[in-house]
Design a protein. Sequence first.
Length: 254
Amino acid sequence: MKITVIGCGWLGLPLSENLISKGYSVYGSTTSLVKLDSLGSKGIHAFIYSVENQFKVDDNAKDSDIVIVNFPPSKSSNYAKQVEELLNQFSKTTKVIFTSSTSVYEEVNAIVDEKGNVIENHPVRLAEKIVLSSNRPYCILRLSGLIGAGRHPIHFLQGRENLSGGDVPVNLVHLKDVIEAIGAIITGNRWSCVYNVSYPSHPAKKEYYPMMAEIIGLKPPIYSDDKIKGKEIDGNLLTTELDFNYANPIDSAI
């Protein structure tokens, strides 16, 4: 099976390596010429996908069985249009896995599953609509805040004071769990689906982030007593429909 990963960065690179370890042929994009050799040394058929080459996909990747769209809206002047033009370059039989975000959901004081109300004009939601209307098998994975491999919000929150939203639930998921979730979609051949990917523990920010600061050895953040609430993302549907379980707790040291 041939799989193309658009965006071999923080998530896409270890994802590509994982897929290669399972025997898949992986094509992967980067925006940097200097990264081509590095990606190639890891067994990835690397190519440039950037504004400089008008976001053209390598011809050898266009007949991929699956394309994994993994680049953020911050990298695009028109995210939905770029996703549309990207998908149009692939074979009509190519399936698509789109890494979306739980930020598409409206802010509510409730538990939110895949049926939750979304912000229809959110740039990521607009890109989701492109995937949904592409007339190809798809899976949309709405990811909570990503942690792992040295990435964690506490590095930006350390030592800050009078932070709001201390009672808001934490919605996070580890990089390794996201990679395993994508693998479960592929091996389970599960399509025409939307899943939240969010670790099932949701402590309040005022409890979680000071704890993580202590674990890592940083100055803890301090939250104001504003009683603001927020949404808690339910990511359990993935575990009931696929051979997948969250295996990387969000309170482990990173």
